[in-house]
Design a protein around this ligand. Structure first.
Ligand code: SAM
Length: 258
């Protein structure tokens, strides 16, 4: 099998220590996506974590099996071969990983749906910035809203390409994610997700015009009623100015009308 992309191994040992030490892991079940050569795996095991690793590239397994013979034998480490965005995931409390960047979005939403206590994940810098951007920021968009609706997110470390071998073309960043309930109850999560997706698919349009584009989904009558019920200062804004709460309130009004 051709080696999958995204194999940029972390060689900055301070960064490895920082990531492994960024959350208490002694005796906890930690999911690691893409152990690669095992540099982060070793740091997690040393700190007493029960590591459940998922690695896509089978050619890396013999080395990992050799390096972690004892931990595999004792059950402190398990390794599943497969695509972490698709395989049945082992049971876990925390997620700590230097992610393969091509599955950043898929795996993040999968993990948020599955549920966990805390995740400490390495992303491409631009992706990480979009995750943590506040309303009004040029990078605030669908990803920011969807992640920040369901979690507190914090960018805790920026790393240059030279922290990896081979170096990627872009900077990287570590983000800490702590899931929580949305600030206000969301009546229908699917309606909320569709609304956020549709409004950001035309980010230069005002909310009023963006909503008009949703007539094909929810029907003319419902959208006209929704627009009529909204305050003028909201309908005249662009989606990038709306807060997490604004999107929930908008989605709840729409759910009430459906
Ligand atoms: N954890 C190692 C480190 O920090 O040096 C490797 C990180 S490297 C950026 C990403 C790892 O994820 C590689 O080992 C790669 O083979 C693996 N990988 C790529 N796509 C994957 C997927 N869909 N599911 C699981 N692992 C994947």
């Amino acid at each position: 099998m051709k080696a999958p992309k995204d194999q940029h191994f972390l060689i900055d040992t301070d960064a490895v220590d920082f990531i492994a030490g960024s959350v208490p892991i002694q005796g906890r079940k930690v999911l690691e996506v893409g152990p690669g050569g095992g540099v982060l795996t070793a740091a997690l095991l040393e700190r007493g974590a029960n590591v459940r690793a998922v690695e896509l590239d089978g050619t890396l397994l013999p080395n990992l099996e050799q390096r972690f013979k004892d931990e595999l034998a004792s059950g402190q480490l398990t390794i599943t071969r497969g695509d972490a965005s698709r395989v049945d995931l082992p049971d876990f409390d925390l997620v700590i990983a230097n992610l393969p960047y091509s599955i950043s979005s898929k795996i993040t939403f999968r993990l948020l749906e599955t549920g966990f206590e805390t995740a400490v994940l390495m992303y491409q810098w631009e992706f990480a910035k979009r995750m943590v951007s506040p309303p009004g920021d040029g990078e605030y968009g669908r990803l920011s809203v969807m992640v920040q609706t369901y979690a507190d997110v914090e960018l805790i470390l920026k790393l240059p390409p030279r922290a990896f071998s081979p170096p990627p073309e872009v900077d990287s960043a570590v983000v800490k994610i702590i899931p929580r309930e949305p600030p206000v109850k969301i009546l229908n999560r699917e309606v909320h997700a569709v609304l956020v997706r549709e409004l950001f698919s035309h980010r230069r349009k005002t909310i009023q015009n963006g909503l008009k584009g949703m007539k094909s989904i929810y029907g003319e009558e419902i959208i006209t009623k929704l627009i009529g019920s909204l305050p003028k200062d909201l309908t005249g804004k662009r989606p990038e100015k709306l807060s997490i709460l604004d999107f929930i309130e908008l989605a709840n009004r729409l759910s009430d009308l459906i």
